[in-house]
Design a protein around this ligand. Structure first.
Ligand code: SF4
Length: 263
């Protein structure tokens, strides 16, 4: 079915009233095994994985290994795979190693133009491998992260991959995540979060942040006007005229509306 942004409004109104776990359940009930969580092994993502696994939801977890991630992040991925029996971690990699890329194109991440190309080559391009495999990619974006994330809606369109993006944590606060982590001591936590990294990406482009800084201040600190890599369409405000998505979206939207109305 062809969906345009305004078509998502009724579903988004309903989803805003549901819990993250209710949204995850509805997604797997409606789309079956064509749902995957996209995670870079930061706290919000591993909490989503924990929710899904402990509820017995069988989903893939897609992880893009850019080749320049901290060892702690790779270890987090491995620990999650070993302790979440209902999840299947699927790692995607760029076509070239970082060294091969640098030999051929130079050290791209040092300026904005190069960073955009590097992020496309090492993040967005590997993710294109999932095109056709899923109807829904579930992310961990939250409105209270601020910036463009303050605009994120529970369900969005991804024209590039031809699927739906689902954000069950859109209305979840940082304090909610703190509480979830406090009450579930088996959530797999990337140890970098204990070392001052509020968000985590590639090691050349990520630093810890001071307590008085914005949550995302440690990303591309060397590039004043860069805030996002572009792997999430919401972050770059990519508009589209319409996207062909699975017909199952109709059942998903109706189920969400029925559940929200039952409150
Ligand atoms: S975050 Fe930095 S190193 Fe990682 S893909 Fe983007 S520009 Fe390259």
């Amino acid at each position: 079915m062809l969906l345009r942004r305004p078509d998502l409004a009724p579903a988004n109104d309903a989803l805003a009233r549901l819990t993250p776990l209710e949204i995850l359940r509805l997604a797997t009930e409606s789309f079956g095994n064509r749902v995957a969580i996209l995670s870079s092994m930061q706290r919000a993502g591993t909490i989503l994985c924990h929710m899904a696994d402990r509820a017995g939801l069988e989903v893939d977890v897609v992880f893009v290994d850019t080749g320049v991630l901290h060892p702690e992040t790779l270890a987090t991925r491995d620990r999650l795979a070993a302790t979440h029996p209902h999840l299947r971690v699927r790692t995607l990699s760029p076509a070239r190693t970082f060294l091969e890329q640098t030999r051929e194109l130079g050290l791209l991440y040092l300026d904005k133009e190069g960073q955009e190309r590097c992020c496309d080559l090492r993040k967005s391009d590997p993710l294109r491998a999932v095109r056709g495999d899923y109807d829904v990619l579930v992310g961990a974006l939250r409105r209270d992260e601020g910036g463009r994330r303050s605009l994120v809606r529970s369900v969005e369109l991804d024209e590039g991959l031809g699927l739906l993006r689902l954000h069950p944590l859109a209305y979840t606060s940082r304090a909610d995540l703190d509480e979830y982590a406090r009450t579930h001591d088996d959530v797999v936590m990337n140890p970098l979060h204990h070392l001052g990294f509020t968000t985590i990406g590639c090691f050349p482009c990520t630093t810890p942040v001071r307590p008085d800084e914005d949550e995302r201040a440690g990303r591309w600190r060397h590039l004043a006007d860069v805030a996002y890599c572009g792997i999430n369409p919401t972050d770059v405000g990519s508009e589209s005229d319409g996207v062909e998505v699975s017909d199952r979206f109709g059942a998903f939207a109706r189920a969400a509306q029925a559940l929200a109305a039952s409150r």
